[in-house]
Design a protein around this ligand. Sequence first.
Ligand SMILES: [Mg+2]
Ligand SMILES: [Zn+2]
Length: 227
Amino acid sequence: MTRPATPHPPEARGPAPPGPWLFDGPAAPRPARGALPAAVIFDLDGTLVVDVPYNGDPARVALMPSAREAVAAVRAAGVPVGVVSNQSGVARGLLTRRQVEAVRDRVEELLGPFAVWAVCPHGPGDHCGCRKPAPGLVLAACARLGVRPAHAAVVGDIGADLAAAGAAGARGILVPTPVTRPEEVAAAGTTAPDLLAAVRLLLSAPPTAHPARPGAAVSLDRAAGAS
Ligand SMILES: [Mg+2]
Ligand SMILES: [Zn+2]
């Protein structure tokens, strides 16, 4: 499959241009049919990898528990995997595009290629449409994959990930960490104790049960084995 080339703007200096950075992966498998989600899109920091604030050092990339197994399980089901990541360190002058790409390369060394990465380089004050909890990253990733957001699922570790999913019309699953706030766990429609449990839930549960509104989902915790 031929895809348009991803534009590569010069190294970010000063205000980042509007819109997320998009990085293409290999051609995605055909969208899944039946009960499977059409895509599973993961948050990066605190979800796939240990959260090291504003990390631009590939050597400091460490996987979260069961990340490798979870991503492999999604791929094995023939479902494309993506990443959506806020990287406000760029806007804060703490990260360069080159560093973001180096971290991405290291993540893909550890986890294999993702079909798409959508990265927000803006800061909270930029009022962009892509920084989670806004839906822009999820929408951009889904558009690049050619899947409807309503058929996609987002896995993240904080409320902003689920809010972005909900605002995009996608299903969201929260995998809390010790730093996830209790109110974010309480507001999550669906939680799972780890990434593999989240993925097993997505690959086994009906995809049409999620609402567009965040916080209104039926809890499926029991199905995930969480208490
Ligand atoms: Mg996170
Ligand atoms: Zn943004």
